[in-house]
Design a protein around this ligand. Structure first.
Ligand SMILES: C=CC1=C(C)c2cc3[nH]c(cc4nc(cc5[nH]c(cc1n2)c(C)c5CCC(=O)O)C(CCC(=O)O)=C4C)c(C)c3C=C
Ligand SMILES: [Fe+2]
Ligand SMILES: [Fe+2]
Length: 316
C-alpha cells in the first residue's frame, strides 16, 4: 500500500456535450437528496420524463456557453494545481455526482494506485443536504460495495475559512477596480437557490451563505450590498429574493453600476456563464443598468488553491 493520501474533489458535474444534457439531467432528477418527486419507486420514471422536457430548454443554454459545461476541465485543473501545492504525499482525483468521472471510477483509480487514505473534499463551500450531503451519501454507498477499506476523512464545508474569504475578497476587489467610481457600485451576492423546505428542516445552507456575505463585507465598508438567489426550478417555494427580481428592484431605484458576485459555486458553470453573463446581463441592460459586471469565479485562483491545501492539511 502507498503512503500517499488521495484528495477526492467532490463536485456536481455537468454535461460534456449537448447529447449528454438529457442523461445528466436524468441523473440529477433521479437523486432524492436534491429533489423528491413522487414515491421513491416512481422517481426514476418521472425523472426521465422531466429531463426530456427540460433538456429542450437547457440544451440551448449549453450551446450558447460553448456546447458543454466546463466543470470537468475546471475541476481537473483545480486538482492538478492542488497537487502541486500539496507536494509529494498527495494525489488528487475528481468524483462528479451526476456526470463523469463518477464516484465509482474515482475510487477505482485510487485503488489502482494502491492508496488507502482518502480526504473527501467537497467543493461546495456552504453545506447543503442537496449538494455536499448528496455527494457524501453517494461516496458511502460506493464504499460500502468496495472490497477495499479506506481510511476516510472529510472537508464538508469552508464557508468561513479565512483563505476562502480572502480569495473571494480578491475577486470582488478586482471586479470593483473595473468601475470608474467604486462608491457608486452596488454588489449583488448571487447564491444558488434552494427550496425553502430544506431550510425549514434544518439545512444550514442559508446560515452559511449569510456568514460568507458578512465576512466578505467586513472588507468593503461603505459599499452597498444585497443577497439574492438564482436558478430556481419547479413550483415549490424557494429562497428569496430571486436574483432576477433583485436586479429589477435595483434598476427601478436608479442603479447604474452593479457587480454580481457569484456565491456557492467555486467554478464557472451554467449559472455564471449563461444565467449571469447572458440572461441577467441582457435583462439588466434593457432595464437601464449601464455597467453590469460579474466578479470572476474562483476557479484555480492561487489564493483559493492555497485555501484548499490548508483545508486538506488541517486533517493531518
Ligand atoms: C432540482 C432542484 C435543484 C436544487 C435544489 C439545486 C441546488 C443546487 N445546485 C447547485 C449547483 C449546481 N447546479 C447545477 C445544475 C443544475 N441544478 C439543477 C437543479 C437543482 N439544483 C438543475 C436542473 C441543473 C441543470 C441545469 C439546469 O437545468 O438549469 C450545476 C452544474 C451546472 C453545469 O455547468 O452544468 C451546479 C454546479 C448548488 C450549489 C445548489 C444548492 C445549494
Ligand atoms: Fe443546481
Ligand atoms: Fe441550477
Amino acid at each position: 500500500m502507498s503512503e500517499k493520501t488521495a484528495v477526492l474533489l467532490l463536485q456536481m458535474g455537468g454535461p460534456d456535450s449537448l447529447d449528454a444534457v438529457e442523461p445528466f439531467l436524468c441523473n440529477l432528477f433521479s437523486d432524492r437528496d436534491i429533489i423528491r418527486i413522487g414515491p421513491a419507486f416512481l422517481q426514476p420514471v418521472i425523472a426521465r420524463i422531466i429531463s426530456r422536457r427540460r433538456a429542450k430548454t437547457v440544451v440551448e443554454y449549453y450551446r450558447r456557453m460553448g456546447g458543454k459545461s466546463p466543470l470537468r476541465e475546471l475541476t481537473e485543473q483545480q486538482g492538478a494545481e492542488l497537487e502541486k501545492v500539496l507536494g509529494e504525499g498527495y494525489r488528487c482525483f475528481v468524483a462528479m455526482r451526476y456526470w463523469k468521472p463518477d464516484t465509482t471510477s474515482a475510487l477505482a483509480a485510487i485503488k489502482r494506485e494502491g492508496i488507502s487514505r482518502i480526504v473527501a473534499l467537497s467543493l461546495y463551500p456552504h453545506y447543503s443536504r442537496a449538494t455536499t450531503g448528496s455527494s457524501l451519501n453517494e461516496l458511502e454507498r460506493v464504499l460500502a460495495q468496495a472490497k477495499v477499506r479506506f481510511d476516510l476523512s472529510y472537508v464538508r464545508q469552508f464557508y468561513d475559512h479565512p483563505g476562502y474569504i480572502g480569495a473571494l475578497v480578491e475577486k470582488v476587489e478586482q471586479g470593483l477596480a473595473e468601475f470608474s467610481d467604486r462608491s457608486a457600485v452596488q454588489l449583488v451576492f448571487s447564491a444558488h437557490g434552494l427550496p425553502r423546505s430544506f431550510i425549514d428542516s434544518g439545512d444550514p445552507y442559508l446560515d452559511h451563505i449569510q456568514a460568507t456575505v458578512r465576512l466578505v463585507m467586513e472588507h468593503f465598508g461603505g459599499i452597498r450590498h444585497h443577497l439574492a438567489f438564482q436558478s430556481r426550478a419547479g413550483p415549490v417555494k424557494w429562497l428569496e429574493p430571486s436574483t432576477e427580481s433583485m436586479i429589477g428592484e435595483l434598476a427601478k431605484a436608479g442603479c447604474k453600476d452593479l457587480l454580481m458576485v457569484p456565491l456557492s459555486f467555486v467554478s464557472d458553470h451554467i449559472e455564471t456563464l449563461y444565467e449571469i453573463d447572458i440572461q441577467y446581463r441582457e435583462e439588466a441592460q434593457k432595464l437601464g443598468i449601464a455597467n453590469f459586471r460579474r466578479s470572476e469565479s474562483l476557479n484555480s485562483s492561487p489564493a483559493f488553491i492555497q485555501c484548499l491545501a490548508d483545508l486538506v492539511r488541517s486533517l493531518g
